[in-house]
Every structure is written in structure tokens, then in C-alpha cells.
Design a protein around this ligand. Structure first.
Ligand SMILES: NC(=O)c1ccc[n+]([C@@H]2O[C@H](COP(=O)([O-])OP(=O)(O)OC[C@H]3O[C@@H](n4cnc5c(N)ncnc54)[C@H](O)[C@@H]3O)[C@@H](O)[C@H]2O)c1
Ligand SMILES: [Zn+2]
Ligand SMILES: [Zn+2]
Length: 349
């Protein structure tokens, strides 16, 4: 197989790998496309802790493909050789309390396809037996756009976040950060019936994309007073939900101030590990009875739910695919996603 292979910081090269014969339970997927995200940029730069000792590993965790070979007794519901699938990347141990309650993303013994295991920037991928058994191969309808379907992975994370803070009908929602993740938050909040979605984002190109995603109002936080905009837009009430979708300290602090009494705040974007702390006025949490929440990655059921949303056409995301590039041009794809005008770039063999 041909695969983008990690050979150290800044060194990801397309190499030939010997085709591995399948072990019992494993399934081979012929990749149609894999999305490039911020995590892949960190891997490329040698900044991802899981890649500290990962010489020879293949990244890529937003994977869509077709089942090409199987050594599994049972592929799972609706699946056969040739089926179009989304490959859910997170694998739990299967027996700890988190796995047993459907929170595989919180398993202390978790693995990630494209993170700790070989991933999808390749022409094919061997899906581990325990992933096949757990149901990580999720059937996609033939009618679905295979490029857009790579977004099921980040959408599943976003969905987990919005389920945690119960974004629902008539909520007013502020999304701070209009990168690919913030845009998915906007689109999902609209799908869930939010009455107002405000996006705060310094980049004009991304503010435009936020409007395309369904934001009712966009704000440049470097020019405008966000607190004033929120007060004007909500008759002084504040936002029912505030979602931080950028790794910025100040927006975590501001989130508490911008939330309405009984508001829900989702810390979705983590902070740099070198400086993960912020000073928060917790009296605001106390007097406004705020709920503060966080989520990380996604479970299998989040992936299934995200795939269902995309399949049902309940969320329109085709416009988010900025470009589709060949495997050989992986470096170009990584460069492109670092530009504010690019949303999601897909790499295809
Ligand atoms: N919780 C999860 O499961 C999960 C999953 C994926 C990504 N993330 C996190 O979500 C965040 C966003 O991801 P992304 O891929 O969209 O990143 P990104 O860097 O592409 O987007 C961040 C955006 O924030 C904007 N920004 C910068 N300063 C700002 C400010 N003061 N106010 C508002 N916006 C500002 C930037 O211009 C940029 O467009 C990252 O922190 C990422 O690590 C979390
Ligand atoms: Zn990702
Ligand atoms: Zn577990």
C-alpha cells in the first residue's frame, strides 16, 4: 500500500508499505478520502505527544472508504464487501466502566486510528479486530458525498459537546471561534433549533463562512465589544449557551460573563499544555447558576448519531470541503488547512 508515513517532525513522506495479510477479525478498507485537521498539523510539526515515538506510523483519523476484504466472522449490520463506511477512530478496551457505559473516548486504555494506530492517509487501512467487533465500521448510504462524510468525525465531537450542554430549540448560542470546529458547532446548533447563533471570529473569511453555516450574527472580537453585541442581541439577558471553539484563554474567562443566568458553558477548545490555566471569577458561576462542561473527542454512539444526521440530510456540510488533494500532495494539504480561507481539505489516494 501507499501511505503518508511519519518519519519525524516536519517529515511525512508517501511511502510504499508491504500489504499485511489480515489477521482473524480484521477488515481491510480501501480509502476513498481522509480529512486533514488541526491534530494532523500538530502531528506533522512533531507537536503531538502520541507521535513522540511513532517512526513509520500512518496518520489520518477522519476516514471514509469501502470494505475491500474481511477476515471477520461478522462485519456488522448492513455491511458486506464493497460497503461504503465511515471508520470511527476511537477504540476503548471494551470492559472498563467508561467502555461499558458507552464512553469509549474516556477509556484509560484508549487507542485512536491515525493517532496511536495506523490511519487513513493511505490507499488502504487495516481495521483492528476489536474495532470491527465494537462496531467502528459505520455503514454509509451509497448516495452520500464521500468527501463530506469525512466530517462525520469532527461532527461527532461537536455533537457530543452540544449534547452535554443540551443545545435545544430556541436557545441563543454563542460560538467563540469560527474555524472548522466552530463552523460545525454553528451548523449543528441551527439544526438543533437555536433561535440565534452568534459567532465571534477575527478572520473576515471565517466570519463569512460562519454566516454560510447559519450564524445569525458575526462579530470581530478584535474590533467590536463582544459583551455589548451580546447584550444588544439578547435584550441584556446574555447567551443561553456559550461554546469556546478556539484555544484562547480570554474566551474562557469571557464565556462566564457572556452567559445568561442559568446558562451553559462548553469548554470545547483545549488550552496549550504549556499554559493550561486561566483565572476565572467563579462567583459568576455561583450567582448566575451556570453549568460549566467540557467534552473530548467522541464515542461510538456519537459517531453513529453524526453519521445519521449527515445521511438524513439534516445538516448541510458539502460547502465546507475546500479542496480534495492527492495523497502525494499531503504536504500541500497540511499547508492549505493552516490558511484561514481553507475549511476542510480531503486527501484521496
Ligand atoms: N473537544 C473536542 O472534542 C475537540 C475536537 C476537535 C477540536 N477541538 C478543539 O477545538 C478548537 C477549534 O478547532 P479548529 O480546528 O476549528 O481550530 P482553528 O484554529 O482552525 O480555529 C480556531 C479559530 O479561532 C479564531 N480565534 C482566534 N482568536 C479568537 C478570539 N479571541 N475569539 C474568537 N475566535 C478566535 C481563529 O481565527 C480561528 O479561526 C481547537 O482548540 C481544537 O483543539 C476540540
Ligand atoms: Zn480531527
Ligand atoms: Zn475501556
Amino acid at each position: 500500500m501507499r501511505a503518508v508515513t511519519y518519519r519525524g517532525p516536519g517529515n511525512l513522506v508517501v511511502e510504499e508499505h508491504p500489504d499485511k495479510p489480515l489477521q482473524p477479525g480484521e477488515v481491510r478498507v480501501a480509502v476513498t478520502g481522509t480529512g486533514v485537521c488541526g491534530t494532523d498539523v500538530r502531528i506533522y510539526k512533531g507537536e503531538h505527544s502520541a507521535y513522540a515515538q511513532a517512526e513509520g506510523r500512518v496518520p489520518g483519523h477522519e476516514i471514509v472508504g469501502r470494505i475491500s476484504e474481511s477476515a471477520a466472522a461478522d462485519l456488522g449490520p448492513g455491511l458486506e464487501i464493497g460497503s461504503l463506511v465511515f471508520v470511527a477512530p476511537n477504540l476503548g478496551c471494551g470492559h472498563c466502566v467508561q467502555c461499558r457505559t458507552g464512553n469509549e473516548n474516556l477509556c484509560p486504555d484508549t487507542d485512536g486510528i491515525g493517532i496511536t494506530l495506523d490511519g487513513g492517509f493511505a490507499d488502504q487501512l487495516v481495521v483492528p479486530a476489536r474495532a470491527v467487533e465494537a462496531g467502528n465500521l459505520i455503514a454509509l448510504d451509497e448516495s452520500c458525498n464521500t468527501d463530506t462524510a469525512v466530517l462525520i468525525e469532527p461532527l461527532a465531537c461537536v455533537l457530543r459537546g452540544q449534547s452535554k450542554v443540551d443545545v435545544h430549540d430556541d436557545d441563543t448560542v454563542l460560538v467563540a471561534g469560527g474555524g472548522p470546529i466552530g463552523l460545525l458547532h454553528i451548523a449543528l446548533a441551527v439544526t438543533r433549533g437555536a433561535s440565534q447563533v452568534i459567532c465571534s471570529e477575527p478572520s473576515p473569511a471565517r466570519r463569512e463562512a460562519a454566516t454560510r453555516a447559519g450564524a445569525t450574527l458575526t462579530v470581530d472580537p478584535t474590533q467590536d465589544d463582544l459583551a455589548e453585541v451580546v447584550a444588544d442581541a439578547t435584550d441584556g439577558l446574555g447567551m443561553d449557551v456559550v461554546i469556546t471553539a478556539a484555544p484562547i484563554h480570554a474566551i474562557q474567562r469571557e464565556a462566564l460573563e457572556l452567559a445568561a443566568p442559568r446558562g451553559r458553558v462548553l469548554f470545547f477548545g483545549g488550552l496549550p499544555k504549556s499554559r493550561p490555566t486561566v483565572e476565572l471569577d467563579t462567583n459568576i458561576v455561583h450567582y448566575k447558576e451556570l453549568v460549566l462542561a467540557g467534552t473530548t473527542a467522541s464515542s461510538l454512539s456519537d459517531c453513529q448519531e453524526a453519521a445519521d444526521l449527515v445521511a438524513a440530510g439534516d445538516i448541510d456540510l458539502d460547502w465546507m470541503i475546500s479542496d480534495v488533494r492527492p495523497l502525494e500532495d499531503f504536504a500541500g494539504a497540511v499547508e492549505q488547512v493552516q490558511d484561514a480561507s481553507a475549511l476542510k481539505v480531503v486527501v484521496t489516494p
